[in-house]
Design a protein around this ligand. Structure first.
Ligand code: PHE
Length: 360
C-alpha cells in the first residue's frame, strides 16, 4: 500500500523524539486517535474490494501494532527517566551529621519564681499580680508612706512624665511589690492568702543592685493571724527553697510604714573559701522585710482592721537566687550574655516540683 513505509518512518521518528508523556500522547492521537492518520486508513478498508482489503488489511494491522508497541516502549522509558530524575533530586544523605538546633535555657529568675510559686501554693497561697507602672497612691499613700518619706524622693523612684499642664501626681515604676497587697485586698477582700512575684524598679546600680530587680510579696489576712504564723511560714519557705532541713532565721526589729511591728529577717549561713552554706556558720544574710499589716493599710484595701489582721513580707528574688545557685554578681542576670545564660540557665524539663528536690 502507498505511503505505509513513510507513515511508519514518520511516527517511529516522532515517538523516539517525544521528550515527555504529553508529547508522546500527541503522537498517539495523531496516529491512532479517532482522527489519527492510521485510524483513517483503517476506516478506508470498508470501501475497498475484498481483494484489495485482503492485502491492505494485514499491512495496516501490522503497522498499527508496531506503532502501538513503540508507543508503549517509549512511555515506559520516559517513566523510568522521570523516576531516575526524581530519585536523583530527592536523594538524601543519611550519613550527614544532624544540624544543631539552638536550645534556650530557663533564666534563673524564672526558675526561682516557679520554685517559690510551687512552695507557696503548697501552703495555700494564690498568685496575684499588679501593674509595673503604678499610681503613687498604690505605691506610697495606700501603704501609709508619708509624702515626705525618703523613699519617695526622686533619687530612688523612677517617675513617669505627665503632659505639660497635667498637674496630677505622676505615675511611678513601682518601687516594690507591696502595692499588689492593696490591689489584692480590694479585689478579693478577707480572708486572703496571696503571693505576688514581679519586677520592681529603683535607681541603684552596683554589684548587688540593679535598677530593675524582682521581689515576691506575701500577704495573709485572717481573723487571728500573729507573728508566730509569719515566722513559721517564712521558715517553711526557706527550708523548702534552700533544700536544707535546718534553717535558722533571725528576726530583727525594723521599720516599714506599712507594717507594725516590722521585722527584717536574716538567714544563718557561712561563707568559707567563697562557698556559701545556708543553715550553718556564724554569718547572717538579710533576705526579706516583713511585719504585721498596718491598720491604715488594711483600711486602704477596704478591710476592717477591727475584724481582720495579717502579716506581709517582701523577699528579694534576685538575692535568694544568687544565694541558692551561687551566682556572685547581680548585674550579670540582666546582661543577656549567652555564655552566662547557658551556664546558669535551666533546662526546660527542670520543673520545680515539691516531690523532686524541693522536698523538706
Ligand atoms: N516592701 C518592702 C521593701 O521593698 C518589703 C516589705 C514587704 C516589708 C512587706 C514588709 C512587708 O523593702
Amino acid at each position: 500500500m502507498d505511503g505505509i513505509d513513510a507513515l511508519r518512518g514518520k511516527f517511529l521518528d516522532q515517538i523516539s523524539s517525544a521528550a515527555d508523556p504529553d508529547a508522546l500522547e500527541a503522537v498517539r492521537l495523531a496516529a491512532l486517535g479517532k482522527k489519527g492518520e492510521i485510524s483513517l486508513k483503517m476506516r478506508d478498508l470498508g470501501q475497498m474490494s475484498p481483494e484489495e482489503r485482503q492485502s491492505a488489511g494485514p499491512v495496516l494491522n501490522g503497522l498499527k501494532s508496531e506503532i502501538d508497541a513503540a508507543l508503549k516502549a517509549r512511555r515506559a522509558s520516559l517513566e523510568d527517566a522521570a523516576l531516575d530524575a526524581r530519585l536523583k533530586a530527592e536523594w538524601l544523605d543519611v550519613t550527614l551529621p544532624g544540624r544543631p538546633r539552638p536550645m534556650g535555657t530557663i533564666h534563673p529568675i524564672s526558675q526561682v519564681m516557679d520554685e517559690l510559686t510551687a512552695i507557696f501554693s503548697d501552703m495555700g497561697f494564690a498568685v496575684a499580680e499588679g501593674p509595673q507602672i503604678e499610681s503613687d497612691w498604690y505605691n506610697f499613700d495606700a501603704l501609709n508612706i508619708a509624702p515626705e518619706h525618703p523613699s519617695r524622693q526622686e533619687m530612688d523612684t523612677f517617675y513617669m512624665h505627665r503632659a505639660p499642664g497635667d498637674n496630677r501626681p505622676p505615675h511611678v515604676l513601682r518601687t516594690h511589690t507591696s502595692p499588689v497587697q492593696i490591689r489584692a485586698m480590694q479585689d478579693q477582700g478577707a480572708p486572703i492568702r496571696v503571693i505576688a512575684p514581679g519586677r520592681v524598679y529603683r535607681m541603684d546600680m552596683d554589684q548587688t543592685h540593679t535598677p530593675m530587680f524582682h521581689q515576691v510579696e506575701g500577704l495573709a489576712i485572717d481573723r487571728d493571724i500573729s507573728m508566730a504564723q509569719l515566722k513559721w511560714t517564712l521558715e517553711e519557705f526557706c527550708r523548702a527553697f534552700f533544700e536544707v532541713d535546718e534553717v535558722e532565721l533571725r528576726f530583727r526589729a525594723s521599720h516599714f510604714p506599712f507594717t507594725e511591728p516590722s521585722a527584717e529577717v536574716d538567714i544563718r549561713c557561712s561563707w568559707e573559701g567563697g562557698q556559701l552554706k545556708i543553715g550553718e556558720g556564724k554569718d547572717w544574710l538579710e533576705i526579706l522585710g516583713s511585719g504585721m499589716v498596718h491598720p491604715h493599710v488594711l483600711r486602704a484595701g477596704g478591710i476592717d482592721p477591727d475584724q481582720w489582721q495579717g502579716f506581709a513580707f517582701g523577699v528579694g528574688i534576685d538575692r535568694i537566687a544568687m544565694l541558692k545557685y551561687g551566682i556572685p554578681d547581680l548585674r550579670a542576670f540582666f546582661e543577656s550574655d549567652l555564655r552566662w545564660l547557658r551556664h546558669y540557665g535551666f533546662a526546660a524539663l527542670d520543673q520545680p516540683a515539691l516531690a523532686a528536690g524541693l522536698s523538706r
